[in-house]
Design a protein around this ligand. Structure first.
Ligand code: G3P
Ligand code: CA
Length: 240
């Protein structure tokens, strides 16, 4: 069994404030192959790396990202909520975040609210398309991705497609399962169809990691890399 591709969900968000340069550095230190992050657009059209629709949970500010200017967003503290050691951490502009990722880690850019063509162009301008892919929970953005930026690889969720066939028909490159819908049969079917398989799991139950790895899932979009590596080590031990 080969080691799974490690994707740190919002960066290493258990050890550093999510979706920040600190979470990126922590993910790199943990040996992540890819970083998952979220993209939204400010009122004056600047792309930022932030998950929630508002800045309330992850900064010292209040309000919707879409209603705030880049000057307002740039001035917020996106680290103190997580810990005093991260005071002064900023909401990264996507341009700054991608510059920090370039040549160091793959990127899974989840588009919450942004023009996918702009995301694709920023990745392409940095020579990063070959190690990037994107997804959006917004059906309209997914349609735009497929129609306007076909060279940005696309991921779909099994919980949306309901079958491997429909994932293939959607023109996906990557099919992401969760801990309730991953099965050996579906993973094998996805591989036979040429899809890369992935699990999204934000928990720490070893049994979930073991089941996904035993199914042959290739990429793990997770919050607990230490648990993944411990389970892999146990599964790779020769049977004594
Ligand atoms: O691949 C799914 C993952 O990106 C979900 O992320 O934004 O719900 O934490 P989120
Ligand atoms: Ca996300």
């Amino acid at each position: 069994m080969t080691k799974a591709i490690l994707i740190c969900h919002r960066g290493l968000s258990r050890q550093a404030p999510e979706n920040t340069l600190a979470a990126l550095e922590a993910a790199l230190a943990a040996g992540a192959d890819v970083i998952e992050f979220d993209i939204r657009t400010s009122r004056d059209g600047i792309l930022y790396v932030i998950h929630d629709e508002t800045v309330d949970r992850t900064t010292d500010g209040r309000g919707r990202v879409a209603d705030m200017t880049s000057a307002e967003l740039d001035g917020l503290d996106a680290g103190s909520w997580f810990g005093a050691a991260f005071a002064g951490e900023r909401i990264p502009r996507l341009s700054v975040f991608l510059d920090a990722c370039k040549g160091r880690i793959g990127t899974y850019a989840e588009i919450k609210a942004a023009d996918p063509a702009r995301v694709r162009d920023m990745l392409a301008a940095r020579g990063m398309l070959d190690r990037a892919w994107s997804f959006s929970f917004d059906e309209g953005i997914r349609a735009q991705m497929r129609a306007r930026v076909p060279d940005l690889r696309r991921m779909v969720l099994f919980q949306h497609t309901g079958s491997v066939e429909r994932a293939v028909a959607a023109g996906a490159h990557i099919l992401e399962f969760n801990e309730t819908n991953v099965t050996p049969e579906r993973v094998a079917q996805a591989h036979a169809a040429g899809l890369v398989t992935q699990l999204f799991y934000a928990g720490a139950e070893e049994a979930v990691f073991e089941r996904a790895l035993s199914c042959g899932v290739q990429q793990m979009n997770i919050d607990e890399p230490d648990v993944l590596r411990a389970v892999e080590a146990r599964l790779m031990l020769p049977v004594s």
